[in-house]
Design a protein around this ligand. Structure first.
Ligand SMILES: CC(C)(COP(=O)(O)OP(=O)(O)OC[C@H]1O[C@@H](n2cnc3c(N)ncnc32)[C@H](O)[C@@H]1OP(=O)(O)O)[C@@H](O)C(=O)NCCC(=O)NCCS
Length: 516
């Protein structure tokens, strides 16, 4: 019998402990009682050496035998109790299965890995299929043609440079207002004209100048939209500063004298440096003193730059190789109103469209905005929150684009609530404005007014209500993802279909080209 020698001390029986204590001492063994032990000792001392040796051997051999027996009993007794425990102890207890929600189990790391592997495998197949079907469509030269029609005319770039005029008008209006050279009402009129021009000047230019490409037009309009939101915030904050200054002057308060000297105070903020810092900073909400990071981290900056360049290439490559041919193949079913083929094409487009949107999110909100913020030592890096965990549509809109959400809250939603409007009216108004800008950014560059983007954005309100009422928890999260995965390609296909019908008379272009 093989005895386990690595027992813990808790398995050792009391008898075995007594034996091991005796072995360590010079006393007679514990199983020989005292008179017996003293007699043997006397006999041993009165005999000849030979007889003593024989007598000693006779005494020791039984002891050795007994010792062996005790060691054996020690191991057998400790082992038996262990075996008893392992065979007869209960092997069941009250517990839930791992996959039932009551078990509280939440480690799905392995399943996540499986999802990623399945995703890679299925997309590798799609990638190969695409390559075999179309060959390599990625063409860096074609990218240049997306921005320029005529190499000697750069209307979109000229528009961006011209935007400095509106920045200067806003700054000088504020300077005049700060010294009281013009009244508040005149200031409001000048700002309103300036802001309206910021919105409509690029529209007029893009509609009149033919050499602007749709992509160039989107970029120029995006710059003007951002500028509009920034100048609106600039005007509001400077007005609030004047109101506070006025209130302090009335109450003869001197509290501002205790503030830190390193902080900028109104009207000390009305400088070109401050204005351009705000124009380039990755925020839409103006402040006199932005939180600043202590230094520029070079490794962080280089990593973001690398990501920006890499994801930019990846985006362009995926659009050319994957999205454009899928869109072009979708035109015929849409013209023929072949519903089953239309749904098949829509689902096919949903995959590349969604990947491209996710890559765009990371490229813009993480890599690019962090790059600019690091370069400008702009401290507030909350450009997005965990929108991917959204269980309601409302949560998604509150968390996916934080610069826009903050602007909406600070300059539009809260002022409306303060004027006594209900939350519902405030939210509808915000989504109306948002829908207007989405349509503005798509329809003007395409020179085609179809209202798909506007309707898509306005549809968020009933959708938010429906998802909030019907779905909860994980089901709500799945509903948000489905609305993103399916909703966007519907809008894309609508615009592209209408664009092709308008420009190619319903015929598919021979070569796979981007909108040009
Ligand atoms: C409309 C929208 C602004 C609503 O935001 P919301 O967070 O759901 O609004 P809430 O009703 O929860 O209120 C938000 C804030 O208003 C405050 N508030 C509520 N009632 C108020 C009142 N009567 N007076 C003053 N403030 C009030 C809240 O305290 C809260 O303040 P906090 O943010 O400082 O905590 C948001 O859904 C949104 O940004 N939508 C559009 C987003 C968009 O179009 N993005 C485009 C991305 S491409």
């Amino acid at each position: 019998m093989v005895l386990p020698f690595s027992r813990s001390i808790s398995h050792v029986s009391p008898l075995a402990l007594r034996v091991s204590a005796w072995l360590g001492s010079s006393l007679p063994p514990p199983w020989i009682d005292v008179p017996q032990r003293s007699g043997a000792h006397k006999v041993l001392s009165s005999r000849s050496p030979c007889a003593s040796l024989f007598f000693g051997m006779c005494c020791i051999i039984p002891h050795l035998f007994q010792l062996h027996l005790f060691i054996y009993i020690y191991f057998v007794s400790s082992n038996l109790s262990h075996l008893f425990n392992s065979f007869f102890a209960s092997c069941h207890k009250l517990q839930e299965s791992l996959l039932s929600s009551a078990s509280g189990y939440s480690n799905y790391r392995g399943i996540l890995n499986w999802c990623v592997i399945m995703l890679v495998l299925s997309n590798a197949r799609l990638f190969l299929e695409n390559l075999l079907k179309y060959g390599i469509l990625v063409d860096p030269i074609q990218v240049i043609s997306l921005f320029l029609k005529d190499p000697y005319r750069w209307p979109a770039a000229c528009l961006v440079i011209a935007s400095n005029i509106f920045i200067m008008i806003a700054l000088y209006t504020e300077r005049r207002l700060s010294v009281g050279a013009i009244g508040e009402n005149v200031g409001i009129i000048i700002h309103s004209i300036n802001l309206s021009t910021v919105l409509f000047f690029p529209v007029a230019t893009l509609l009149m100048v033919n050499s602007v490409t749709p992509v160039g037009g989107v970029l120029a309009l995006a710059v003007y939209t951002i500028l509009f939101l920034k100048l609106y915030s600039y005007k509001d904050v400077n007005k609030w500063c004047r109101e506070i200054q006025h209130a302090k002057a009335l109450s003869m308060s001197r509290s501002f004298s205790s503030a830190s000297r390193s902080q900028v105070h109104y009207p000390g903020n009305l400088t070109h440096r401050d204005m351009y810092y705000f124009v380039f900073a990755p925020t839409l909400c103006y402040e006199l003193n932005f939180p600043r990071s202590p230094r520029i981290r070079k490794r962080f900056l280089l990593r973001r730059l690398f990501e920006m360049l890499f994801f930019m290439q990846l985006l362009v490559g995926l659009i050319q190789q994957w999205m454009v041919p899928t869109i072009q193949n979708s035109m015929k079913p849409f013209q023929d109103m072949d519903y089953s083929r239309m749904i098949e094409r829509l689902l096919k487009l949903a995959v590349p469209n969604h990947f491209i949107w996710l890559i765009f999110f990371y490229w813009f909100f993480h890599s690019s905005l962090n790059f600019v913020a690091e370069l400008m030592q702009f401290g507030d890096r909350e450009f997005y929150r965990d929108w991917w965990n959204s269980e309601t549509i409302t949560y998604f809109w509150q968390n996916w684009n934080i610069p826009v959400h903050k602007w909406c809250l600070r300059h539009f939603y809260k002022p409306m609530l303060k004027r006594g409007m209900s939350k519902w009216v405030g939210q509808t108004a915000v989504f109306l404005i948002s829908a207007f800008f989405h349509e503005y950014l798509v329809s003007v560059p395409l020179k085609m007014f179809r209202l798909w983007a506007f309707m898509g954005m306005m549809a968020q309100l009933p959708l938010a209500w429906l998802v909030g009422r019907v779905f909860q928890g994980n089901y709500g999260n799945a509903a948000v993802w489905i609305s993103l995965i399916i909703g966007q390609p519907i809008a894309v296909l609508m615009y592209v279909h209408d664009y092709y019908v308008l420009h190619y008379g319903g015929e598919e272009p021979a070569a796979p080209v981007l909108l040009s």
